[in-house]
Design a protein around this ligand. Sequence first.
Ligand code: HEC
Length: 243
Amino acid sequence: MLRLHYNLEKLSMGLVAAIIVAASIGGIVEIAPLFTIDKTVTIPDDMRQHTPLELAGREIFLREGCYACHSQMVRHLADEIDRYGPYSLAEESAYDHPMLWGSKRTGPDIARLGGKYSDDWHVAHLIDPRAVVPASIMPAYPWLTAPLDIETLSTQLATLARLGVPYTEAMIAGAAHDALAQSRPDSDGAADVAARYGEGVAIRAFDGDPARLTEMDALVAYLQSLGTLTAAARETVGQEMAK
Ligand code: HEC
């Protein structure tokens, strides 16, 4: 065997061919499951899309590079399930383009963050992490109190619809209106948001001020939605634990 490798190393084209064969095995193992992804990943019945406000928050999450320190995938390991909750299912990120699983955890995983803290806690933490977690090494993001740009939201929803996320014409056309309404529970449009995205959607002034729509509103709405788009993981993992 060693002899074979020794001789192969002296045949440059042979070695190149052998490297290509060896490397493609790894490639095929990674690519092959994608051919059957429609059959292996089924969308749960209760799964909802992100609202336009949450999507805007997701864009800010990307812009600020939060994913560099926070993964969004609870692994199939007992200590992770104990700490974070039910392990993540592929279908939970079926509407995410791109998905934000990540593997770098300078801070904790946030796949199950929704509902863990109050909106006020998030606002205080983002403006100055050390104000609520004295030993925190997370950077401060005081500029998130800037007004939110909602002009491109319709285009963003339309793009995601082309990628298979079920946004209707009405959702696309009403994106900016819905983003504003989700942060104004007393406005006329609040009922439209609930009708389009479901009663479970949080409709409130996330940054504490219903008069202004800020980047903070969007980011906190996004953080509070994490892990709440479907109950599939809670149900599957709950059933497995009961066995
Ligand atoms: C340099 C790494 C780093 C970056 C970048 C970062 N964080 Fe953090 N984050 C941390 C660390 C460390 C903690 C744990 C200490 C704490 O709670 O402040 C944390 C905690 C958190 C928590 C609390 C999680 C929990 O379950 O207790 C949230 C929410 C959070 N970060 C959101 C964000 C958001 C949103 C951004 C981007 C705007 C961001 N982080 C950027 C390092 C980071």
